[in-house]
Design a protein around this ligand. Sequence first.
Ligand SMILES: [Mn+2]
Length: 323
Amino acid sequence: MINLISLCENAEKIGISGHIRPDGDCVGSTCGLWQFLKKVFPNKQIELRLEKPADIYDFIPGIDRITDDKEEIVYDVFFVLDSVPDRIGSAEKYYKSAKVKVNVDHHITNPGCGDFCYTDAKASSASELVYDLIKAADPEGKYMDTMLAQTIYLGIIQDCGVFQYSNTSPKTLKIAAELISYGFDFPKLIESTFYEKTYIQNQVLGFALNHSTVCLSDRFIYSVVTRRDMEALGAGDHDFEGVVNQLRYTKGVLAAALLHETKEGSYKVSLRSGGEVDVSKVAAAFGGGGHIRAAGCTLWGTREEMASRLTEKIAEQIGMIPC
Ligand SMILES: [Mn+2]
């Protein structure tokens, strides 16, 4: 186990990064680690180097310190959380030049990188792993406080669907139990970061459901949202959270895909399954990655081309002939 305190003790400059298009777990793990290190080492230069997450996370301490600017700096210790180093966008140069590289992740496709790594594909989230590291470095909880507890809890609930997904373990729940003992308003946190949607997000959800296609005898469902659709809906790249899950909740469906056009002709593909199909293998076939039940990749081409490539990979796994 990495000891955060001895690892950072002699470092002057510490950087923390997470994957591009940061999600709640990325926010929870990076900002949680940032808060902890800032409390232990108030005088050190500790920086968050990642893309700006969605506005719903703006209340988390550390968010206002996030930067992805191009400044030249060599970190003594650089952490990559919830990601492999080549998925952190423009922050990758800091990882490459860092004197000590640390990787903490729970993605099954990440073998663990850097000088020190802590990976566990069974963990609910990177935030759960950051909790382990904090607990190991500070067993008495000297530096744990309500905000830090809330930040880690946020990351955990985002990746385990508020303890609904199969990545929720007894350990996850024990950690959550300890975290809520710090007394933050968790019902409000869950509602405002997990369930609440803007009017536009609900419109996007409705659009994606309405325009979905089922194939492989209704076992695979997908929906494609183009830039033009997004313009008509007034939607941005942050407005797709939860949509692919709702597609997957269709009775009889084993796998679901949501494709949304992030830039002209290039589609972000989000894949979900109930476990019968390993969508991380589907994503890996197209250069992506993730978990058995949740994965992602990027595809290019027409709606038909992309659909048939995905359908073929899913058909292979369930022993069907593609439609
Ligand atoms: Mn994660």
